[in-house]
Design a protein around this ligand. Structure first.
Ligand SMILES: Cc1cc2nc3c(=O)[nH]c(=O)nc-3n(C[C@H](O)[C@H](O)[C@H](O)COP(=O)(O)OP(=O)(O)OC[C@H]3O[C@@H](n4cnc5c(N)ncnc54)[C@H](O)[C@@H]3O)c2cc1C
Length: 465
């Protein structure tokens, strides 16, 4: 029996990043992955394939608007099979990349279903055969799967999840998306660009409900302008299927019964943790509705057992959050200094068109926490690079504390929002103030310089509007 310093169950972003860091620190490490490839949800059916399709949708949108740029394009067609082939090629390349990084860092991996099997033991089952791995520390990083709605189970032909929608043989003419969180609005955006008539049904009062309220209303406005139908405050009650389409019945915001038909329906109503049959019942780990409780070092209540990523209670289900959680766990195992993860320092990036990038407190959250809130807002209409790009909808909103000028939150919707979010994240991480940021020189002409104007607008000193 091999003896490892660290055994990691799951090779998604939480697991593979933890494994590489463990290898770098000289810890003898093994990863157990149920699938025959590495990378998890993020690489195979999440972040990466969706961002490939969003990029293709963006390029297609540019072709559609070519005449505005002075180009004459005729015979523009989508070769869907080729689009999917490019997506698959990118995913495979990066999955192989993780294998390469494992080799470089002396990380071993094995395929099989991994299960915590009491202190220092992981049971691995493959094709009915069981083996045991001995390890001083075990990380459970088993990730999540799409949730269904009561009575509405995915059949992966007409009722889809994030997995099956990535394999559609053709672009559907009509699509109903249930759920307007990041996953729902990204797919709505992709298929709207490719010519699908998209309708969004959301139970809460607004789209992208975790974002600042002004960001939600800006996205709502932009989506409706693009022809996406949106029903908020609505309760989906059932779905009927026939050979051609799905019929969804729901109560709208006024309680009126409505039905809608479409070729396909996407369930994007959240993610459930994959902790069943992972052996947690053999541990003292505290589990709540499948999610695992951890302390600031990602330790569960069971000595030597850590939990990381989408299965953790109270942290956002995001790849970059999972990656940093994995690093914190491994640094702690190696006895190295590490930091705590603060929820307000985790950026959110949603890659629909228009893009959304945000970090920290929304205006409402800051007020609810008792801050004397001062906000500033700069619209991209005043930014010359946004005009050059032909994309000057949206804004940068800054939420600050009036007393010391501390930046509490930044909320961006518009061009390159997920890229210029880098500056917003740095300010929060370094606890910067409005004055620090107003005095920073932003390169011109960039979309990024809208941030400078937004900070200045908190003091009423913006230049470009
Ligand atoms: C459509 C979509 C788009 C997304 N886009 C983004 C984005 O743009 N940015 C972002 O930050 N996040 C995004 N996310 C979220 C992101 O994918 C997750 O937060 C992230 O993958 C979580 O990482 P993880 O390591 O916890 O779990 P996962 O990535 O789910 O990996 C878990 C791994 O564990 C394996 N596993 C499970 N159980 C066992 C077992 N018992 N034994 C062995 N192996 C096991 C699984 O096969 C899987 O490989 C998206 C999600 C979806 C669905």
């Amino acid at each position: 029996m091999a003896k490892y310093d660290v055994a990691i169950i799951g090779s998604g972003p939480g697991g593979y990043v933890a494994a590489i860091r463990a290898g770098e620190l000289g810890l003898k490490t093994i990863v157990v992955e149920k699938d025959p490839f590495l990378g998890g949800t993020c690489l195979h059916v999440g972040c990466i394939p969706t961002k490939v399709l969003l990029h293709h949708a963006d390029v297609y949108d540019h072709f559609k608007e070519a005449s505005e740029l002075g180009f004459e394009v005729s015979g523009l067609k989508i070769n869907w099979a080729n689009v999917l082939a490019r997506k698959n090629k990118i995913v495979t390349k990066h999955s192989k990349g993780i294998e390469f990084l494992f080799k470089n860092n002396k990380v071993e991996w094995t395929q099989g279903w991994g299960k915590y099997d009491g202190p220092g033991k992981v049971c691995v089952e493959k094709d009915g055969k069981k083996t045991t791995i001995e390890a001083s520390n075990i990380l459970l990083v088993s990730g999540s799967e799409a949730k269904a709605l009561p009575g509405i189970e995915p059949d992966h032909k007409q009722i889809l999840t994030n997995r099956s929608i990535l394999q559609l043989p053709e672009i559907p003419k009509t699509l109903i998306v249930v759920g307007a969180g990041a996953v729902g609005v990204e797919f709505a955006s992709i298929f709207n660009s490719f010519g699908t008539q998209v309708t969004i049904l959301e139970a809460l009062p607004r789209v992208v409900p975790v974002e600042d309220e002004e960001v939600s209303s800006e996205l709502d406005k932009a989506f409706r302008k693009k022809g996406i139908n949106i029903f908020t405050n609505c309760a989906v009650e059932g779905v009927k299927k026939d050979a051609k389409c799905v019929t969804v019945s729901f109560k709208d915001k006024d309680g009126k019964a409505q039905t809608l038909q479409a070729e396909k329906l996407l369930l994007a109503v959240g993610r459930q943790p994959m902790t069943e049959n992972c052996g947690l019942e053999k541990s003292k780990a505290k589990v709540e509705r499948g999610f695992v409780h951890v302390n600031q070092y990602m330790q569960t209540d069971e000595p030597g057992l850590y939990a990381v990523g989408d299965i953790v209670v109270g942290l956002p289900q995001l790849a970059h959050a999972a990656m940093m959680e994995g690093i914190v766990a491994v640094m702690h195992i190696a006895g190295k200094p590490t930091h705590h993860i603060l929820k307000t320092r985790i950026p959110n990036a949603t890659y629909c068109e228009p893009q959304i990038g945000s970090i920290g407190l929304t205006e409402k959250q800051a007020k609810d926490e008792g801050y004397a809130v001062k906000t500033g807002k700069f619209p991209f209409v005043g930014n010359s690079k946004a005009t050059i790009l032909g994309s000057h909808g949206g804004f940068v909103k800054v939420v600050s504390d009036e007393k010391y000028g501390e930046v509490l939150g930044i909320h961006i919707i518009g061009p390159l929002a997920t890229e210029i979010l880098a500056e917003a994240t740095t300010v929060l991480q370094l606890e910067g103030t409005i004055d620090d940021m107003m005095n920073m020189i932003h390169a011109h002409p960039t979309v990024w310089e809208a941030m400078g104007d937004a900070f200045a607008s908190v003091r009423g000193l913006q230049i470009n509007v």
